[in-house]
Design a protein around this ligand. Structure first.
Ligand code: AMP
Ligand code: MG
Length: 522
C-alpha cells in the first residue's frame, strides 16, 4: 500500500481556519484544503517511469484517476495549499500562495525516498485571489511534457506523473483581448522533493514574523539540506550560499538547452534549485538574447533569455533580504551575492566549452571566452536555430571552402539565402578559429563529436510542436503526446524516423499565439 507521511504538515504551523475562503493567512505555512470535485476525470497521459519511482502501477487505475482528478484522497493524505509571497516583475506582491495547486501528501516510495505529490488546477484555495483555481488542458500538457523533457535533458526540475482531463470546461482569455472562451480543463500531477520557493521565506520576513521564518528555514535545512549541519546563523549563511550555487548552475543549464522560463518571479524560484512552475515558458528557436515567450513580459523583456542569469541574482537578493533577520550579517550576504557573478561566469565558460567541444584548460581561458562571445555574435548575424546549430556543429570539419565548412549547419538557418557574402565569411572564419582551438586539445574527432552530442540536445519541446500535440490531445487522440514523451526521453540520441520532432519552427508558426507567444492566462 502507498504510504504518505507529510513532514511539512507534521512540522509546520497550519492555518487555524479550515474555511476555504480567500483571505490573508498569517502565522501559518499552509492551509488544509481539499480539491474541488470534477465531473469526469480521465487520465490523458501517464508517465510510467515516475509511477515506478513512486511505486505506483505502470498504467493508471480508476482509483488513481479519481485521486489525481481531485475526487478522492487516500489514507494518510492531508491535502494543503502552501502560503507564500513573492516579487512579481520586480515589485513586492504580498501574499500569493498556492492559488491553483494543492499538495496531496508526501509519498514514501518503495526505496524510502520521499516525494511530494501536488495537483495543479484542482480548484480554489484560500490563495486563489480573484481566480478559479483551475488549469486548462493546453497549459497542463505543456507543463507535463516540458518538465519530463527537462529531466531527460539532465536539467534540475520538478517532474510530472499524470495529466488528467476533468470533463469540465474552464473559461480563459488567451490573449487578454476580451475574447474569453471555454477550453477543456485538466489537472497535472507534479512530483518533487519539495515545492518550497524563495517567496516562502519572503512572506513571513515581510510581516516581521521571524518565528515563522525561522521555523521554515530550520525545516528546510534539516529536511532538504541536512549536510549543512544543525541550524545556526553560520548554517543559515551556508544555506544561502548553497541556494546561490544551485541557482547559478540552473541558469547555465537553461542557457545550455535554450530554455526561457518566462515568469521568473520570486514565487517561481525553487529553493532546491529546480525548474519550477512551467507557465508561458518557451524554447529559443532563432537565437535572440532579448527573446521572451511571455506576452505579459513584452514591454520590459525582464525575463528574456539573456536576462535570466541577472534576474536570478536579483531574486537571490530578495532571498538574502528575507534571510537577513536570521543571519544579521549584511556584509557576508553581500559577499555571497557578489560570488554569484563569478560563479555564473565560470559555469558559463565550462558549459559553453562543452557545447563547443573544447576541453577545459586555464591557458585557453581568454581565447575560449572570446570564442564564446564571438559565437553569440555570429549567431545573430543571420536568424539561426539555437538547438540545430549546436547539434550540427559536431559535424563541421576542416579543409574546406567557406561554403563547404558551413554546409553542415544549413538546417539551422531560417533564411538560407542570407548566408552568403559577409555573413558566410564571418561564420566560416569563426568556425576555423573553433576548429583550430579544438585541434589543440588533441582529442579524436569522434570522441569530441560524441561529447558534444551528449551536451547539445536534438529534441527539445518546441512551442509549435506543443500546439500540434495539444490540438490532437484535445480531440481525444492520445497517441501523439505518448510518442512525443517517448522521443523526449532520449533527447541526445539521433532517433531514426523521428525527424518531425526535431524540425525547426515552420513559417506558419512564427507569429501564432501559443507557438511564438504565450500569456500567463493559463
Ligand atoms: P504564477 O505566475 O502562475 O506562478 O501565479 C502567480 C500566483 O497566481 C500564484 O499565487 C498562483 O497560485 C496564482 N494563480 C495563477 N493562476 C491561478 C488560477 N487560475 N486560479 C487561482 N490562482 C491562480
Ligand atoms: Mg507560481
Amino acid at each position: 500500500m502507498t504510504r504518505f507521511d507529510d513532514r511539512f504538515v507534521r512540522s509546520l504551523p497550519a492555518d487555524e481556519s479550515a474555511e476555504n475562503t480567500i483571505r490573508q493567512v498569517r502565522g501559518a505555512a499552509y492551509s488544509k484544503v481539499a480539491p474541488t470535485k470534477v465531473p469526469n476525470p480521465q487520465v490523458l497521459a501517464w508517465v510510467p517511469e515516475v509511477a515506478a519511482m513512486l511505486g505506483l502501477p505502470a498504467s493508471p487505475t480508476n482509483e488513481w484517476a479519481q485521486v489525481l482528478g481531485g475526487n478522492a484522497t487516500l489514507e494518510g493524505m492531508v491535502p494543503y495549499a502552501a502560503c507564500y509571497g513573492g516579487h512579481q516583475f520586480g515589485n513586492w506582491a504580498g501574499q500569493l500562495g498556492d492559488g491553483r495547486a494543492i499538495t496531496l501528501g508526501e509519498l514514501v516510495a518503495p526505496d524510502e525516498a520521499r516525494w511530494e505529490l501536488q495537483l495543479k488546477g484542482p480548484g480554489q484555495t484560500p490563495y486563489s485571489r480573484r481566480a478559479d483555481g483551475r488549469a486548462v488542458l493546453r497549459s497542463s500538457l505543456r507543463e507535463l511534457v516540458c518538465s519530463e523533457a527537462m529531466f531527460h535533458l539532465g536539467v534540475p526540475t520538478t517532474r510530472a506523473l499524470a495529466l488528467v482531463g476533468t470533463g469540465e470546461d474552464v473559461v480563459r482569455d488567451l490573449l487578454y483581448d476580451g475574447n474569453a472562451r471555454p477550453e477543456p480543463g485538466a489537472i497535472t500531477t507534479r512530483v518533487a522533493k519539495s515545492f518550497l520557493r524563495f517567496g516562502t521565506y519572503e512572506l513571513p520576513a515581510s510581516r516581521n514574523d521571524v518565528a515563522l521564518l525561522k521555523r521554515l528555514v530550520d525545516f528546510t535545512i534539516t529536511t532538504h539540506f541536512p549536510s549543512l549541519g544543525a541550524p545556526s546563523p553560520e548554517t543559515y549563511l551556508r544555506f544561502f550560499e548553497e541556494v546561490t550555487r544551485r541557482t547559478a548552475v540552473l541558469m547555465m543549464e537553461w542557457q545550455r538547452v535554450g530554455f526561457v522560463h518566462g515568469v521568473m518571479n520570486t514565487d517561481n524560484m525553487s529553493i532546491l534549485g529546480l525548474t519550477i512552475d512551467y507557465g508561458p515558458y518557451g524554447w529559443l528557436e532563432g537565437f535572440d538574447p532579448s527573446w521572451t515567450p511571455n506576452t505579459t513580459d513584452l514591454p520590459g523583456r525582464r525575463y528574456a533569455f539573456g536576462n535570466q542569469p541577472s534576474v536570478a541574482q536579483w531574486n537571490l537578493l530578495c532571498l538574502a533580504n528575507a534571510l537577513f533577520p536570521l543571519i544579521g550579517d549584511e556584509k557576508a550576504l553581500e559577499a555571497v551575492l557578489d560570488q554569484y557573478s563569478e560563479l555564473a561566469a565560470a559555469e558559463q565558460l565550462s558549459m559553453m566549452r562543452r557545447k563547443l567541444g573544447l576541453l577545459a584548460a586555464e591557458e585557453h581561458d581568454r581565447e575560449d571566452r572570446e570564442l564564446m562571445r564571438d559565437c553569440f555574435r555570429t549567431l545573430v548575424s543571420t536568424e539561426t536555430d539555437y538547438t540545430l546549430f549546436f547539434r550540427r556543429l559536431a559535424t563541421v570539419s576542416t579543409d574546406a571552402s567557406d561554403a563547404q565548412l558551413v554546409a553542415p549547419l544549413a538546417e539551422a538557418f531560417y533564411a538560407p539565402a542570407e548566408v552568403s557574402g559577409d555573413v558566410l565569411e564571418g561564420l566560416a572564419a569563426w568556425l576555423r578559429r573553433l576548429l583550430a582551438r579544438a585541434a589543440r586539445d588533441g582529442r579524436a574527432p569522434e570522441a569530441r563529436a560524441a561529447a558534444m552530442n551528449a551536451t547539445n540536445p536534438l529534441y527539445v519541446p518546441r512551442n509549435y510542436l506543443a500546439q500540434t500535440v495539444i490540438s490532437a490531445t484535445a480531440q481525444g487522440e492520445l497517441s501523439m503526446v505518448r510518442e512525443w514523451l517517448e522521443v523526449l526521453k532520449r533527447p541526445y540520441d539521433e532517433q531514426p524516423g523521428k525527424g518531425v520532432w526535431a524540425a525547426k519552427r515552420p513559417e506558419w508558426a512564427r507569429h501564432q499565439p501559443g507557438s511564438s507567444m504565450l500569456s500567463c492566462s493559463s
